[in-house]
Design a protein around this ligand. Structure first.
Ligand SMILES: [Zn+2]
Length: 236
């Protein structure tokens, strides 16, 4: 009878260790996903940045074009007044004014050319960053899918482990089970452990030879004198 209880306890410990392991595994999945998404988030941020740069370039180009429109209007006005000019001196001054305004226009046009070159570079960068983003997204999606499958498998295994556990718990004497659970709480989730070569593998302390002889029989529930864990002997 007691021998059977010991067998049940060993089995229960095995199941509880597996359950714990599975739970550790599933608990870590969200952070693994979030870590895997990091390159994707970084690619997105890089893309947003370069898109913002391109918007700024476009805006600055439009501003310069508007300035050119204003200048062109000014030049046309100045030219239309040429007919009214009476003296040569006035005429020379007038030409100079037109020349100076035209100079402003040339410098704006140069500015636009530079902006267009920068825009070309930005567009190319956007294109390559978009490609990188797609690759990163595919990789992340694939990884997430893999983890989701692993998660659902782990959940299924947990369910079957819990069912097995319930069956064993039903077969164990309630008081012994309570003792087991107290040990699980206090002994770092290891309540039942092997005794090997007069040593408790739970706390690595020596077991008195006389007690070890009793443990080797696997007929009684014997606790480690040091850590109180339930000990069994593995016959190999
Ligand atoms: Zn011990």
């Amino acid at each position: 009878m007691v021998k059977e209880e010991l067998e049940h306890l060993k089995e229960l410990q095995q199941i509880d260790s597996k359950i714990l392991e599975k739970k550790h595994f599933t608990d870590k999945i969200p952070s693994r996903i979030s870590k895997a998404e990091l390159p994707l988030r970084e690619s997105q941020a890089a893309l947003d940045k370069i898109k913002h740069k391109q918007d700024t370039l476009e805006k600055s180009k439009r501003d310069k074009e508007r300035e050119i429109d204003v200048i062109n209007e000014k030049i046309n006005k100045l030219k239309s007044r040429i007919a009214d000019i009476k003296t040569n001196k006035e005429y020379q001054a007038h030409l100079k004014e037109i020349e100076s305004v035209e100079k402003d226009r040339y410098s704006l046009e140069d500015g636009i050319l530079i902006i267009m070159e920068e825009t070309d570079a930005a567009l190319k960068e956007i294109e390559s960053q978009n490609a990188k983003l797609r690759t990163d997204k595919n990789k992340t999606d694939e990884f997430k899918k893999k983890l989701e499958i692993e998660m659902s498998e782990a959940e299924k295994e947990l369910q079957s482990l819990n069912e097995k556990r319930d069956r064993i718990v039903n077969a164990i004497d309630k008081e012994i089970y309570n003792q087991y659970m107290i040990l699980i709480e206090s002994c770092n989730a290891l309540a039942v452990t092997e005794a090997k070569g007069e040593i408790c593998l739970g706390c690595n302390m020596n077991i008195p030879p006389q007690l070890f002889v009793e443990i080797k029989k696997n007929e009684e529930i014997i606790n480690c004198p040091q850590c109180r864990r339930i000990l069994y002997f593995k016959n190999t």
